[in-house]
Design a protein around this ligand. Structure first.
Ligand code: SF4
Length: 431
């Protein structure tokens, strides 16, 4: 099945959405909250500021997780809610207005300000949408003010990015009338990866290609009926929905991890833009070979090793696909906090039936399954890594896979190495 854009190009729809059994769990879970996304988003959008409306706990999380020096001027901060705010004694809206006023005076380079909700602001039902609207009117046109939730009550850590991008979508400019079909790549990528993809699309004759988020607030891409988009990250459910509401069409594809993942992801766009097989092959041939060579150096060590994924980043299913197809590894369980079958069907369909897929978490039961499986490597959040290492299991922090540029051909070797390194370390320690 396919749908056509207004300019007449045809976009395939996901088919054969995997009907494999999924183990659903709803119990205690161990994940970071959505505030964590600010750590990479504040670097990506260079003239944005993220103002968390939260508690001292939120401020401490950001301070320690981002490792920011106290004298540096990062583009995020916390408006700390005191006890009187939580008790409803002070007028939070007045106080927030004053904080924003002071901030914008001191940091005139800010063009986009996000008010980021937290657990405390959600608990007292502080209406940040209303605050953003009011402040936007006051500071228009020099600063746009948006809001989203990073609260741990509602989000896991990568959902912070999803909520942030979804809040931008309604403000994207409409594409000009009669615009030709155009490609948008959605999801924060490191600049170097973005430049590589841009070059490859350009060589195929697909362009202009635009990225969401853009590096500057005023360069956010236009959107409309002729926009087709590839997701670069699998956790963008709300952003995808918001783009579709603006008329854009999603191109289903496996995610661009490894040589095969990147090739299939690029190919999905190339097919929509009718790039010939010869052109496609000539563009991808060399970088794909480089990626395959880089992966093969680690494949020897990793082939036949087993892995276990605890749910954390929502990158788990594409990563399990990469480990299985490109490194010959066997994953006994791949856990994910949420499973969007529509977005993940292409990756999910390539996993073997023997691989257990779980959604949500009941951490004690999952720990028992992990111990029974006794995998060679466990991919998990920071909170579980140390206790598991003490028990003799080798771990990889899933957050590292979000912070490190892992997408695309030139990063394929680094991605494989991220799994090889903990195993090498364990072998060295055992000697
Ligand atoms: S948003 Fe919630 S989970 Fe996150 S640091 Fe603040 S209080 Fe903790």
């Amino acid at each position: 099945m396919s749908v056509n854009t207004a300019s007449g190009i045809s976009v395939p729809q996901p088919t054969g959405c995997s009907q494999r059994p999924i183990l659903h769990e709803r119990g205690q879970h161990e994940v970071f909250c959505g505030l964590t996304g600010i750590m990479w988003l504040h670097r990506k959008i260079q003239d944005a500021f993220f103002l968390i409306v939260g508690s001292r706990t939120c401020a401490h999380l950001m301070q320690s997780a981002a490792g920011v020096m106290i004298f540096a001027e990062p583009r995020f901060g916390t408006a700390i809610m005191e006890e009187r705010d939580l008790a409803g004694i002070g007028d939070m809206h007045d106080e927030l207005d004053a904080v924003v006023e002071k901030l914008l005076k001191r940091r005139p380079e800010i063009r986009l300000l996000f008010l980021v909700g937290s657990c405390p602001s959600e608990v007292i039902k502080l209406d940040l949408g209303r605050a953003a609207q009011r402040l936007s009117q006051r500071h228009n046109p020099s600063v746009r003010i948006l809001n989203y939730s990073g609260s741990g009550i509602e989000t896991t850590f990568t959902q912070g990015e999803d909520n942030c991008l979804a809040s931008i979508v309604p403000t994207l400019p409409p594409e000009p009338k009669d615009a030709p079909a155009n490609l948008m790549v959605v999801g924060a990528l490191s600049d170097v990866v973005e430049d590589q993809f841009n070059r490859l699309f350009e060589e195929m004759g697909i362009g202009p290609v635009r990225f969401l988020p853009a590096r500057l607030a005023d360069d956010m891409p236009p959107v409309g009926e002729n926009t087709v988009f590839l997701l670069a990250q699998p956790f963008l459910t709300e952003t995808k929905r918001a783009l579709e509401e603006r008329g854009a069409k999603h191109i289903p594809a496996i995610f661009p991890l490894g040589a095969e993942g990147t090739t299939q992801w690029l190919k999905a766009a190339a097919d929509v833009f009718n790039v010939s097989e010869t052109t496609f092959e000539s563009v991808v041939e060399k970088p794909r070979e480089r990626a395959e060579r880089a992966i093969s150096q680690h494949r020897e060590k990793l082939n036949g090793k087993s892995a276990f994924f605890f749910p954390d980043s929502q990158l788990e299913i594409p990563l399990a696909r990469f480990l299985y197809e490109e490194l010959g590894m066997d994953t006994s369980e791949v856990g994910t906090p949420y499973l969007n079958r529509n977005i993940l069907a292409p990756d999910l369909n390539r996993l073997p039936d023997s691989m257990r897929v779980s959604e949500g978490q009941d951490v004690d039961r999952q720990l028992d399954r992990c111990r029974d499986d006794n995998p060679d490597i466990v991919v998990c959040g920071l909170g579980l890594a140390n206790p598991l290492e003490v028990e003799g299991l080798t771990t990889k922090w899933s957050i590292e896979l979000v912070f490190t540029p892992i997408q695309g051909y030139e990063q394929a070797g680094d991605l494989a190495e991220l799994f090889a390194r903990p195993l090498n370390r364990r072998t060295r320690l055992a000697v």
